[in-house]
Design a protein around this ligand. Structure first.
Ligand SMILES: CC(C)(COP(=O)(O)OP(=O)(O)OC[C@H]1O[C@@H](n2cnc3c(N)ncnc32)[C@H](O)[C@@H]1OP(=O)(O)O)[C@@H](O)C(=O)NCCC(=O)NCCS
Length: 180
């Protein structure tokens, strides 16, 4: 498995995922981010200057043979400037351990490359798979944000997870290269 920054060539894959109602899983809105290919292309070339897109970076998760399986992202959640991560896989590649590995990679990468004290993630309280994946990467539940999002016709509670730099301690997958 490999993580790499989203390129312009990935827009077809992104459009396919974003417009597939099964892609978002049963705990998100089926048309959460339904967007035209030209709209995604435009966003890629000229990212909108809105708070949520500040440093919003998507990474493609692919197999060794280059086949794309999904993506992970990080963004700065305003107004406190907190690093937040998220992760989605195509339905055929779920439940094979890739989600846990990609999340751990993202946590290692962020703590190794950025001067941040915490990383957080939010998940629908009913999404036990996502919660397991976050816990495997060392994130702990902080609390419940009541009626955070309107999902599939109902206001839905979300768990807020986080990991602090001191809890992470050292990379689990990526390695640190020290200067001798
Ligand atoms: C959530 C998602 C990213 C997880 O990735 P994944 O590759 O499927 O997850 P993994 O295979 O790495 O791990 C899943 C873990 O959850 C566990 N799990 C699955 N269903 C579970 C349940 N109902 N209760 C408890 N644990 C459960 C699995 O046993 C596994 O743990 P294990 O490896 O210790 O056995 C992926 O399933 C997905 O894209 N889902 C749809 C979109 C989504 O919900 N994204 C998250 C938004 S917050």
């Amino acid at each position: 498995m490999n993580l790499r920054v989203l390129e312009r060539d990935d827009i077809d894959f992104l459009a396919e995922c974003f417009n597939n109602m099964y892609f978002w899983g049963e705990y998100s809105n089926p048309v959460f981010e339904q967007t035209s290919k030209s709209g995604l292309m435009q966003n890629f070339d000229n990212p909108p200057n809105i708070a949520i897109s500040i440093e919003w970076k998507k990474f493609i998760v692919q197999k060794k043979d280059g086949n794309r399986m999904g993506f992970v992202w990080h963004f700065i959640n305003q107004p406190y400037g907190v690093m937040e991560i998220g992760c989605f896989f195509v339905p055929s590649e779920r439940g094979k351990g890739y989600g846990a590995e990609a999340t751990q990679l993202m946590v290692d990468y962020l703590f190794l490359s950025k001067n941040i004290g915490r990383i957080q993630a939010c998940t629908n309280v009913r999404n036990k798979t996502a919660q397991k994946v976050l816990e495997k990467a060392g994130l702990k539940i902080e609390g419940t944000i009541r009626k955070l999002l309107f999902v599939r016709g109902a206001w839905t509670d979300y768990h807020l997870y986080s990991i602090l730099r001191e809890e992470w301690k050292e990379p689990k997958i990526l390695t640190r290269t020290e200067k001798k």
